[in-house]
Structure formats: C-alpha cells, structure tokens
Ligand binder design. Sequence first.
Ligand code: SER
Length: 315
Amino acid sequence: MGKILVIGAAGQIGTELVLALEKEYGKSNVIASDVKPEPTVALRESNYLSLDVMNAEALDRVVKEYGVSEIFLLAALLSATAEKNPDFAWKLNMEGLFNVLNLARDKKIEKVFWPSSIAVFGPTTPKDMTPQCTIMEPTTVYGISKQSGEQWCNYYHRKYDVDVRSIRYPGLISYTSLPGGGTTDYAVDIFYHAKRSNRYTCFLSENTALPMMYMEDAIRATIQIMQSPKENIKIRTSYNLAGMSFTPKLLAEAIKERLPGFGINYATDFRQEIADSWPNSIDDQDAKNDWGWSMSYDLSATVKLMLENIDESLM
Ligand code: SER
C-alpha cells in the first residue's frame, strides 16, 4: 500500500482523521494537507504540506512525489458558509472532487474517501428514520453540491471502476478542533459557552431535532468503510449513517445534569431554515448490513466526554 493523503486536514474531521490514521498505519504513511500554509497546532507533529485541491497539477505532483495510493478528500465549504458564498462553495466542493476522482479514473491512485452529508436531503424527504433511498430535493448550495457529488461518485464507479467510498455524516461533535460554518455547529458551541459562562444562546429553536454523532464514532466509521473488502461496498453514492438524534432542548437538559446552573435561550437565524429542511433521524441499516457499522456513543456519553475534554482556549 502507498501513502495516504488527507486533503482538508486542518478542519474538524480532518484533524482527528489524520491522528487516527497515523495510529492505524504509522506516521510515515500519512500525509496531512490543507490550503493553510502552516499546520495547525494539533498537526504540528504530522507530515504536513500546503495544498490547494483545486490545483490539479499540484495535486498530481504530490501524488506522484509521495507515492499516494489513497485520498481522503475533506476540503469543502459547509452549509452555512456556502449560503454566503455560493459560487465559491460550488467551485471548491465540485472541482476538488473531480480533481481527485480523475486521479482514480487515470489509475494514479487506488481508493478515494469523500464525505457526503445529511444535507443531501430536503424538505420533501421523509423526516423520521430517513431511508437510504428516498426523495432528495436539497435546498442549500452545500446540499446540492453533496447530492451532485454522490451521483458523480457513483458514475465514476460504474463507468471507470473507481473505488470511491462515502458516508452521509450527521452533525459531528468533537473537542479537538472547532467545526467551521455548519448548521449543526451549535451542538459544539454550546459546550464552550457552558464551560465559560454557563449560558448559551442557540441559533436553532428548542425543538429542532437533527441527526448527530460523536466524532470518534464518525472516524471509526470512516476507517471501517475504507478497510472493508471492495465487494461489501454495495452503495457507491453514499451510505446513511445514524448516531443519535436530539434537539437543542434535550442537549441543554443533558448538560444541565452535569452543570446544574446551565441556562439556554434561543435566537434563531438563517440556519433555522436549513435545519428545518434536514431529517430528524436516519435509518442506517445498509451500513450495518454491508460493512458492519454500529455506533458507540449516545447523548449522555457525548456530553460527559465533551465537558471533560474541551479546551476553552480553542474558542
Ligand atoms: N454538519 C454539516 C453542516 O451543518 C452537515 O453536513 O453543514
């Protein structure tokens, strides 16, 4: 096996994925890259290089020079940020994917991981226990790019036998690095505010249920789907993945059990409409059947770990 290249390594998922891949395959086999010129603090010890995924030539050079055989492509603009900069979001999210898929089509790399999201669903999708195959009419730029990306992954698999694997991540909760520009970010922000001031003003309304997952589960799923035998990966668009499902109110109550004085109030903004268009909960039976997925962390375990581990200096 050649080297593993993680693109978008400075982000919320990228940071923890690099550290987990280094543990699994050894530091010398993992290359962390991001558009940022210097590595973030968490990646100081990693093999780091600055790389813009939209620069196909530079990407090609890195793949050749380091003997890369697998790429995890995480560079993207998330839902809330993408609404503010639709042209760039479309360009980054799609061009980055094509540049990587083309490397696999041309047999320069063997395997690709590309994340999709619950954002592929829209207001006409059944909201509870959303099935793998269902109505998908996304209303956000981010959702449209993920939905199109899924179809392109499937096309490259069928047409060019590209081994691309994907998961529709729910909102991800972690403490190593901050999320950037998503609608589910409240479920991370809340912990920093709880620790700092015992109060939080939430930008989603109290009863907005969304699918969420503790980062360690998401990373385990990512490595697991990539390590599974090729024939087990029957879905080449992207797999539904369920963790937990909760509302801001339920999360606040779980925090209050550990921080009794904690208080929450609500001031919704444009992200409410995005959240309202997404599912409440997800059916992930196919991931369970095909590659043996099962989640570990529930709401109470997540809250405990977050309150114990967040580093307030990050915010
Ligand atoms: N967490 C992402 C977002 O809120 C969803 O994939 O944009």
